[in-house]
Design a binder for this molecule. Structure first.
Ligand code: CTP
Length: 408
């Protein structure tokens, strides 16, 4: 769980899918460093190299750094079968071409699609970033200047170049932007919003408490609400770690997911993640009890009645609050009656900053897409209305961001 380890940088690019295009230029070696830097912030990278790039650096280098086979051509049947180029263009949250050679920029202007990288740039719905790198005279040439003006008009985002000593021995503008500067530009792109630079942890889904190797106690939480909240908080620019119990939900874009099974696992993961968190949202339906003993072998059906002795699980929100008195802590209350009364009790007893409450049972909330939420804090509250869980999650995330800002 490097998200929260104190030595590694925060995973500000967690879950971001980036196509890193490398074109032919001596600066291609710097793209290797860029791949490493993006990866250490949690990005998923698919490197795509042009023919020219392979004259400078071997694909194997990028394969090792990105953890994925490098794509080099439109005509690789096996790679296309695994993920076709249009699929790859859809997969990418951004295409970053670094270095972008003068020739590549010219081909982009023409809208060519005669190699994989230009095709991806055309087919991608996400933003395309280019980090030009070339000799200073090539950079200053009218053709290059005009090409960049056209690309800019079309919405291609330009990163650099920097100025200084060049590999060809000349001095001037045309050096590829440093990998850290490119990485930071991408982080800024993905984390604009009221929660940029804010670390958020969300727990979601049920937990599963084993009775024996094949049987578990669990509950009907689908994880839908918690996952939607995690996605909405990431949409506001937050760096989100989602600690998920067993569910079939897809990981929201831009979210770093840690899978756990039991309440004890969830507590452990929460403790680690809370160390670097600014906001902690407990949306998980944590089992309150677990079998006191887990049988090591399958329990056979011999006795007519089976009693299982259950013990309390740790309260995750309480444990996190005890360790982090200043953390902005959000809880959920699922109640079958006296909603406000029970929610406010939980708000006080767990020392929460905010609690989101909803009625459950009789076909309400669990496994449904629609929900009704009310939110309470010490001296106030608000009804968020009845809506889809995705809409409610957005309203709740906005409220969390607002109240967090007010407090900090
Ligand atoms: N919660 C937790 N750890 C637990 C149980 C619950 O962190 N072991 C969190 C949930 O994620 C939720 C909040 O506490 O944000 C309220 O959970 P809920 O189950 O509604 O309330 P409980 O405190 O367990 O009380 P009760 O079951 O009696 O209603």
């Amino acid at each position: 769980m490097s998200a929260s380890s104190t030595n590694s940088p925060p995973l500000r690019l967690a879950g971001r899918r980036i196509v890193l295009g490398v074109t032919g230029g001596i600066a291609a070696y710097k793209a290797a460093e860029l791949a490493r830097r993006l990866k250490e912030m949690g990005a998923e990278i698919q490197v795509v190299m042009t023919e020219g790039a392979q004259q400078f650096v071997a694909p194997r280098t990028f394969q090792a750094l990105s953890g994925r086979s490098v794509r080099t051509t439109l005509w690789d049947e096996a790679a296309e079968a695994a993920m076709g180029h249009i699929e790859l263009a859809r997969w990418a949250d951004a295409v970053v071409v670094a270095p972008a050679s003068a020739d590549f920029l010219a081909r982009l202007v023409q809208g060519r699609a005669d190699d994989l990288l230009t095709t991806l740039c055309l087919a991608s719905a996400g933003p395309v970033f280019v980090a030009p790198a070339m000799n200073q005279k090539m950079w200053a040439h009218k053709a290059t200047r005009e090409n960049l003006a056209v690309l800019k008009k079309r919405g291609v985002r330009q990163l650099g170049p920097g100025s200084g000593d060049q590999a060809c021995g000349e001095v001037g503008p045309g050096r590829m932007f440093e990998p850290l500067a490119i990485r930071d530009a991408l982080v800024a792109h993905f984390s604009h919003g009221p929660l940029s630079n804010v670390n958020v942890v969300v727990t979601a889904g049920p937990t599963r408490e084993p009775l024996d190797p094949v049987r578990v106690f669990t509950n009907r939480s689908s994880g839908k609400m918690g996952f939607a909240v995690a996605g909405a908080l990431a949409g506001l620019g937050g760096t989100v770690t989602l600690i998920a119990g067993p569910t079939t939900q897809a990981t929201p874009r831009g979210v770093h997911r840690v899978d756990v099974e039991t309440a004890a696992d969830m507590l452990k993961a929460s403790r680690v993640a809370a160390r670097t968190a600014d906001i902690f949202v407990g949306a998980a339906a944590v089992a309150d009890y677990r079998p006191k003993k887990t049988a090591s072998a399958k329990i056979k059906k011999k006795a007519p009645v089976l009693s299982v002795l259950m013990e309390r699980t740790p309260d995750i929100l309480l444990a996190v609050r005890q360790r982090h008195p200043k953390l902005f802590l959000v809880g959920f209350a699922a109640e079958t009656e006296k909603l406000e009364y029970h929610a406010r009790q939980k708000l006080a007893s767990k020392k929460l900053d905010l609690i989101a409450a909803n009625l459950v049972g009789h076909g309400r909330a669990f496994d449904r897409d629609e929900n009704t939420l009310r939110v309470y804090w010490t001296r106030g509250g608000r009804a968020l209305g009845t809506a889809s869980k995705t809409d409610l999650a957005r309203r709740l995330a906005t409220l969390i961001a607002g109240r967090y800002r007010k407090k900090s």
